[in-house]
Design a protein around this ligand. Structure first.
Ligand code: CO
Length: 137
């Protein structure tokens, strides 16, 4: 059901410093910051040969990651993302297995323009899991 690993998302208290760390200390290719208003985050993509790291920083008053940063002032891993061919199939299978899909259960458009769903961390060993529908490869 899940396919390729798409990204790991890390919440950072200072986006410029977080970007510089990956660009300068680790020598990675980084994108310009991008505001994703509907998710309340500003994101920088760290592009690696086989995957991505996404640096997230709260955007706006009601950012869903503001409380994460309060609890983790130095930042931390927020979620991991796997690709899947069909969110409808994935969500049906997960619900049948008693796993909780967050929100209203309907996919939202993620930072890459593809539909995404988030799964309850308590059902996945304390890890927030994002599924991104990328279609068949
Ligand atoms: Co993500």
């Amino acid at each position: 059901m899940i396919g390729r690993f798409n990204h790991v998302a890390i919440v950072v208290p200072d986006l410029a410093a977080g970007t510089a760390l990956y660009r300068d200390a680790l020598g990675a290719k980084v994108s310009e910051p991008m505001d994703v208003t509907e998710h309340g985050v500003t994101v920088v993509f760290v592009e690696l040969p086989n995957t991505k790291v996404e640096l997230l920083h709260p955007l706006g008053e009601k950012s869903p990651i503001a409380s994460f940063l309060e609890k983790n002032p130095k930042g931390g891993i927020h979620h991991i993302c796997f690709e899947t061919e069909s969110l409808a199939k994935a969500s049906e299978k997960l619900k049948a297995a008693g796993k909780r899909v967050l929100g209203d259960g309907n996919p939202k458009i993620g930072a890459h323009g593809n539909p995404v769903l988030f799964l309850h961390p308590s059902d996945f060993n304390g890890t927030l899991v994002e599924l991104e529908e990328t279609g068949a490869h």
